[in-house]
Design a protein around this ligand. Structure first.
Ligand SMILES: [Zn+2]
Length: 435
């Protein structure tokens, strides 16, 4: 563990720490006198004194709209001159989210990423091949600073330029790979084409994959292709970036949330009422110690379940399940609520299909249809469309049309998040040949 005192702290002691930090956060927000202060006063909170974790459900929430409304800098919790970096997401529909970091925020972020890397088995002496995109997106620079904090050597490969990445991996023999899960597949295939396979030229022991929801089936594919332990990491720039939560190599059955800094709740995505542990809900974070962006009860839109207890690795940090969907990505197909990751899980049961797929929500008729565009792998016996459709119907209870396409048809993403769902409301088909 990178910070064993914090990561394996007895839970009662941690709760006291969280409460003390929550009171400080509430007092800071009130002093800042912004939209969060306004909402706190409307909820009858005049100061942080006496507040405990049980009071959380009655405290006001924040959401992405607040950041958009305050764009670019009105949500800052410090003077502009104290900000030393900006990050954010490109956002959907060209609406960016922008967040600032103070020097202390960057140090905190580096430590959180160092925790994640250590949980995957990395340490001083490790070589970390970091193929997350460097730039405004938090993946690349977050892991980069975490690797240095840990004392490991980082290779800032960034996204794309796959042939150069293959050369770097062949020559430097890294033990840790970090990138999006979809790019791990792309890189693994390129490495295999270059004759680099598990036990033959590859020394990878673990990979930390995040920034996209991914299924256990995709994890199995990545582990087979690269011969490593594939672990999940979670984060968002509004909270800090990657390193909010990460899986440990010992259990790999959920992500330890660094809740001493990022207080987490799971709530009903519609009513916002707390859901019991073990029940999927929308994740809500309070950034207890972040200076530049102090957020109380920020709604992430990410759906996951929480689980408490001491892990086999010794960590007492609450675990979140992998993210099973996004509140906004929920598809409604003939009255059935469906998350894209549920479709992926069924598609990837079929080894004759490649991991590249695209879901097209065909909204041209009054009743939208879902079409799954899947690439088939000739080396695994080729297509079996009717079989896949039957299985989707059996598991998900809804009819999804499966279209099988030759390899290379589905658009690829080399940097950032893979696009898995597109809407087709009219006009030209989003992918040639569909129609
Ligand atoms: Zn663990």
């Amino acid at each position: 563990m990178f910070e064993p005192d914090a990561e394996s702290m007895p839970s009662e002691q941690r709760a006291e720490l969280q409460e003390a930090r929550l009171r400080i956060l509430v007092d800071r927000l009130l002093a800042l006198d912004g939209v969060q202060a306004e909402r706190l006063r409307s909820a009858g909170i005049a100061d942080g004194r006496g507040l405990g974790l049980d009071d959380l459900p009655r405290l006001p929430m924040t959401e992405k709209q607040d950041l958009w409304d305050a764009y670019p800098l009105r949500m800052l919790g410090v003077d502009r001159s104290e900000v030393v970096a900006f990050h954010g997401s490109s956002g959907t529909g060209g609406r960016p989210t922008l967040v600032g970091y103070t020097r202390a925020d960057l140090r905190l972020w580096a430590r959180m990423c160092a925790r994640a890397l250590a949980a995957a088995g990395a340490g001083p002496g490790s070589i970390i091949h970091n193929a997350y995109g460097y730039g405004l997106f938090t993946g690349g620079l977050g892991i980069h600073q975490g690797a240095i904090e840990l004392g490991a050597a980082v290779v800032p490969a960034s996204g794309g330029m796959t042939p150069r990445q293959v050369t770097l991996i062949r020559d430097l023999r890294p033990d840790i790979l970090t990138c999006t899960p979809s790019y791990a597949i792309r890189l693994g295939e390129a490495l295999a084409d270059a004759g680099l396979r598990p036990g033959h030229g590859l020394a990878l022991r673990a990979g930390i994959f995040g920034a996209e929801p991914w299924s256990p089936q995709l994890r199995a594919r990545i582990e087979e292709l690269l011969g490593l332990r594939a672990l999940d990491i979670y984060g968002l720039s509004e909270v800090i970036g990657p390193g909010v939560a990460a899986e440990c190599a010992e259990a790999a059955d959920g992500l330890h949330v660094n809740e001493d800094h990022f207080l987490v709740e799971a709530v009903d995505p519609v009513t916002a009422a707390p859901v019991p542990d073990g029940t999927p809900g929308e994740l809500v974070f309070s950034s207890l110690t972040r200076e530049a962006v102090p957020l109380l009860r920020y709604r992430t839109g990410d759906i996951a379940a929480l689980r408490r207890g001491t892990c086999v690795c010794g960590r007492t940090l609450v675990k979140m399940s992998r993210v099973t969907g996004r509140r906004d990505d929920m598809l409604v197909i003939r009255g059935v609520n469906l998350y894209p990751s549920e479709v992926e899980r069924v598609l990837l049961e079929h080894t004759s299909l490649s991991t590249d797929y695209l879901l097209v929500l065909d909204e041209r008729a009054a009743q939208p249809d879902l079409v799954a565009l899947c690439e088939y792998r000739l080396d695994r016996g080729g297509p079996a469309g009717a079989e896949v459709e039957a299985r989707l119907r059996e598991v998900l209870g809804v009819r999804i049309t499966v279209r099988l396409l030759p390899a290379g048809t589905v658009p690829r993403t080399e940097v950032g998040k893979a696009v898995r769902v597109v809407r087709w409301a009219g006009g030209e088909a989003p992918v040639p040949g569909l129609g």
